[in-house]
Design a protein around this ligand. Structure first.
Ligand code: C2E
Ligand code: MG
Ligand code: MG
Ligand code: MG
Length: 279
């Protein structure tokens, strides 16, 4: 009967929940070990200037390959788990250090490029986070312009006045600050003027169906227009086709990032690209 069915469903649910929790605990323990065992890697995806076709900057994206595994685990899976504990702070510190070290290594080879790192909400509210960033840059002899930060709009909306004040100080020093995945959160364009940011990264879901979908196309255009009115640079994320790229150019989007131009790649590979595009 219905009651029995209901109970079964409940048991099924709680079992899978327990399983999920167990899996997450295992995952968290593995992540912790991986930090000590060098099982993380940063890959870099270039952002192209749509006017000149040149590489303008790149985004550092984290990869985790546990030693016994062949394939790496997606950050979309392990970042949310790490964010439930202080692990994200350790991971974030590793990312920051690694990004600074890489910029410095490239600098020593005569290559100048900005690397943007993704900052999670937990990091943003961590006291001393930005002092840590200042310190990290200083240790590698870097300028504020050398390391950019990406924060999703949802993180920015939840940010308190202390965090926004810290961001403002970074921005005033010249740090490029991007609103990541813009358009999919619950913010509105009117929020933008309150954030100390320099770039808007339009989420790839908008581009996916624009320009064919009049609705997404209209949203894209509205975001680009308001962004430009607020003196922000626009970055299109997830450009996969030549048509999307042309569409972005028509809209006067400044920068684009996506599989059409380049996938995220190890530092060595990006180096080759950077050297050949300099000529
Ligand atoms: P995100 O910051 O929005 O990064 C862009 C994601 O889109 C990356 O996925 C990238 O590989 C992917 N992408 C780039 N071009 C294309 C394209 O043309 N088509 C499609 N379908 N996808 C494209 P990835 O590397 O799996 O990272 C996923 C998310 O994980 C990131 O989204 C970011 O939120 C988070 N993440 C990655 N690295 C870090 C990190 O070091 N720290 C933190 N806190 N989060 C990170
Ligand atoms: Mg990002
Ligand atoms: Mg994004
Ligand atoms: Mg994202």
């Amino acid at each position: 009967d219905a009651k029995a069915k209901g109970r079964n469903r409940y048991e099924f649910f709680s079992e899978s929940l327990a399983l999920q929790l167990q899996e997450q605990r295992t995952l968290a323990a593995q992540l912790h070990e991986s930090l000590n065992n060098n099982e993380f890697e940063l890959v870099y995806q270039p952002q192209f200037d749509l006017t000149t076709g040149r590489i303008a900057a790149c985004e550092a994206l984290l990869r985790w390959r546990p030693s016994q595994e062949v394939a790496s685990v997606s950050p979309g899976v392990f970042i949310p788990v790490a964010e439930r504990t202080d692990l994200i702070l350790h991971i974030g510190r590793w990312v920051m250090e690694q990004a600074c070290r890489q910029v410095k290594a490239w600098r020593d080879q005569g290559i100048k490029i900005r690397v943007d790192i993704n900052v999670s909400g937990r990091e943003l509210v961590e006291p001393g986070y930005f002092a840590g960033l200042d310190d990290c840059r200083a240790r590698y002899g870097l300028e504020p312009q050398d390391i950019g930060i990406e924060l999703t709009e949802n993180i920015l909306i939840k940010a308190g006045s202390d965090a926004l004040e810290e961001l403002k100080k970074q921005r005033e020093k010249g740090v490029e600050i991007s609103v990541d995945d813009f358009g999919v959160g619950y913010s509105s364009l009117s929020y933008l003027k309150h954030f100390p940011v320099s770039h808007l990264k339009i989420d790839r879901t908008f581009l996916k169906d624009a320009p064919e979908s009049a609705y997404d196309g209209a949203l894209m255009e509205a975001i680009v227009n308001v962004g430009h009115k607020l003196d922000l640079f626009i970055v299109a994320e997830g450009v996969e086709t030549a048509e999307q790229s042309r569409y972005c150019q028509e809209l006067k989007v400044e920068y684009a990032q996506g599989f059409l131009y380049a996938k995220p790649m190890p530092a060595r590979e990006l180096e080759v690209l950077l050297i050949s595009s300099k000529k």
